[in-house]
Design a protein around this ligand. Structure first.
Ligand code: XMP
Length: 510
């Protein structure tokens, strides 16, 4: 499928450009400035966007244009630093502005194809010190502000467009139209819709796997469940899905996942290994050691299952993982090495059997996975589910993990999450969790004194879990939930609500 490649010069908005393009139903992907145009061709680009960035073109070692791009004939939209880079490479001049322009600025456009339908004055978001002082041959100036004479320029013949401001941010209210006009100019089909994504991923998997078999670890989360559905659609009974129930999931979740995937026709092997995990966690209080033990058990259980499936069905050559695009770009930095965050890999199975890895979602964002989950028929309950950590309740039981403590936490968590659903707050919350603290304190219940557990409740709003703010849940809701917990879970006599953002806190406590 044709794409628009966004070359990343380190702007905080690079990912936003990709998001906007995808909103406009165009597949888009981020690449590094060193990537050769030959390598970029793998994404079938119909055009390239050069992002902004903090550098000056005159900095020593300033990033350049992808080798071969200017000879490729591909249309280019260059933004901010990208514009300055393009201008210098094509023989124009860039100089420091006498006034650094930052924030909302009024821009006047003088026609030009990018401004079609939005000619005249409009608000643009600026953030620059340098600007183009002489345009390269072939370019026309198409926009200016009070302090920047060349705020936009175009060379229609070569299909080069450049903007000194950021069309991708909401502070440039007509920015989306500018991007749309660029897409119009390069003539790309706007067909990046859930149905088409499913079709194209299905073909991709079928081509790659041929008549082979694929193993998939199901974690209970939306990514692996959706991947299961996609692979099932592509491969039928040559997909072998394995769900290791480590006993650290939410109330009823294991049954729900199992039921949903079986109903959708997937060959699912469920291994109930709760006792084994509990044994491995006995006496362990340190969170990192908990994670390691869980990881180790997981691999052993999974490998044993893989072996027995191999004995039954013959070689299983591929292992599928639900890695998402942000996992790759967040950990890739500017060097492009895909080094996925290790803690997100617990459900994702490092294994000592030799498999070839397939990661069909490596170019997708989470909300795109949710969209295709809908297309593939994953029930709404599973689709909208909050993120849940691979090691599950083990890390939310601060201190030792015992079946009694897990049982308390599971009941508290269930009351909290059920309450959020009942009050219509679940979907507006990015993630909600209950934590069993190691603290006990004195309380009074009826006529008697109690000495019981303290639980913490936490709810956060976030976009991707990297940063988060604590959710201002209504007091009435908190009061209701608090009552329900102390009445329903006698082992608990005190409830606190976590009002820490991330940073400095993390979302989980551990
Ligand atoms: P923190 O606690 O680091 O969590 O702010 C950020 C997000 O990651 C989730 N998380 C995990 N997810 N395996 C996972 O699949 C893990 O080991 C893990 N640890 C944390 C956490 O729930 C939050 O959504």
């Amino acid at each position: 499928m044709a794409s628009v490649v966004v070359v990343d010069y380190g702007s905080q908005y690079t990912r936003l450009i990709t998001r906007r393009l995808r909103e406009l139903k165009v597949f888009s992907i981020i690449a590094q400035p060193e990537t050769s145009t030959k390598d970029l061709q793998a994404y079938e680009p119909a055009g390239v966007i050069l992002s902004g960035g903090p550098q000056s073109v005159y900095d020593e070692g300033a990033s350049g244009i992808p080798p071969g791009l200017l000879d490729s004939g591909l249309p280019i939209l260059a933004i901010c630093y990208g514009m300055q880079l393009l201008a210098t490479k094509l023989g124009g001049q860039v100089d420091p502005n006498s006034i650094r322009e930052y924030g909302k600025t009024t821009l006047e456009s003088f026609g030009g194809h990018l401004f079609e339908g939005i000619e005249g004055e409009f608000v643009a978001w600026m953030s620059h010190g340098d600007s183009v002082s002489r345009v390269p041959a072939g370019f026309q100036v198409t926009g200016a502000t009070a302090d920047t004479q060349v705020a936009a320029m175009e060379d229609l013949e070569r299909g080069y467009y450049a903007l000194q401001f950021h069309p991708e941010v909401q502070h440039t209210p007509k920015g989306l139209t500018l991007l749309e006009n660029f897409l119009q100019q390069i003539g790309i089909d706007r067909t990046w819709t859930p149905n088409n994504i499913v079709d194209s991923l299905t073909c991709e998997v079928q081509e790659r796997v041929g008549g082979g078999r694929v193993l998939l670890g199901i974690s209970g989360g939306v990514d692996s469940s959706t991947l299961g559905l996609l692979l099932h659609r592509a491969l039928g009974d040559r997909l072998h899905a394995v769900f290791v129930d480590h006993g650290l999931l939410r109330q009823g979740e294991a049954e729900e996942v199992e039921g949903a995937l079986r109903d959708l026709g997937i060959d699912l092997t469920v291994i109930n290994a709760a006792d084994r995990f509990l044994k491995a966690l006995k006496g362990v209080k340190d969170p990192e050691r908990k994670r390691k033990r869980i990881g180790r058990e997981f691999i052993e259980v999974f490998n044993a299952c893989a072996l027995s499936l191999q004995n039954k069905f013959g070689t299983i050559r591929y292992l599928a993982q639900g890695t998402l695009y942000p996992d790759i770009i967040e950990s890739a930095g500017s060097h492009g090495a895909a080094n996925i965050k290790s803690h997100h890999n617990v459900g994702g199975l490092p294994t000592n059997l030799t498999f070839e890895l397939i990661e069909p979602f490596r170019n997708l964002f989470k909300d795109e996975v949710r969209e295709i989950a809908k297309t593939l028929g994953l029930p709404q309950e599973l689709r909208r589910r909050h993120p849940f950590p691979g090691p599950g309740f083990a890390i939310r039981c601060i201190g030792e993990v015992t079946s009694e403590r897990l049982d308390i936490l599971r009941r508290v968590d269930d009351i909290f999450v059920t309450g959020l659903r009942e009050f219509g707050l679940y979907d507006d919350t990015w993630q909600a969790l209950a934590i069993l603290t190691p603290l006990r304190s004195v309380g009074v219940m009826g006529d008697g004194r109690t000495y019981a557990h303290t639980v913490a409740l936490r709810a956060v709003s976030s976009v991707d879990g990297m940063t988060a703010d604590w959710t201002r849940l209504p007091y009435d809701f908190l009061a209701t939930v608090s009552n329900r917990i102390v009445n329903g879970v006698p082992e608990v006599n005190r409830i606190v609500y976590d009002i820490t953002s991330k940073p400095p806190g993390t979302i989980e406590w551990e």
